[in-house]
Design a protein. Sequence first.
Lengths: 116, 111
Amino acid sequence: GAVVSQHPSWVICKSGTSVKIECRSLDFQATTMFWYRQFPKQSLMLMATSNEGSKATYEQGVEKDKFLINHASLTLSTLTVTSAHPEDSSFYICSALSSGLANEQYFGPGTRLTVT
Amino acid sequence: QQQVKQSPQSLIVQKGGISIINCAYENTAFDYFPWYQQFPGKGPALLIAIRPDVSEKKEGRFTISFNKSAKQFSLHIMDSQPGDSATYFCAASHSGYALNFGKGTSLLVTP
């Protein structure tokens, strides 16, 4: 149990285009999901908190108009990187908070974004 | 501001040895302390977690020791194996909120 999937696992896009990343909790409902980004050999940095049915809460320094987050259902959150630039290239990881499993957080496998 | 401090940054242990990674936190409101294991190109996998009402939790070869008064917790990997070679992250949070991660420890277990 407690499986979180992400799609796609990797994506290459051209500068100026938009990319959507999906995060799904497969066997539990998640009212809250989190989006992180991770640069090589670094720790995870929280970008935003996504609550089902409400607006996401962004961390300081994260552009909400650039990183659009939608949490339309209890099992799906999406992150759209708009007008991507090479500096947006990173490893994006979501996690889902399971209220039914002692509030533990389970991470997806990550999405490697490369912007050319 | 780093809310969770993790050490060492890297660790080399011989097969069969004990790997020990330490973390310290500042926020006394934290009540959830998980450890994650991450392999290159993969997302972090929950390894073991503890809450402040217990001082130790063991799952197989992995043990968390928790010292509430010192605001410290550690991960012990017994009988370390080459397959344990990975990056380990400690984290802390108040239940239901985002995790605050340590900077990670790169563990190498030599044959």
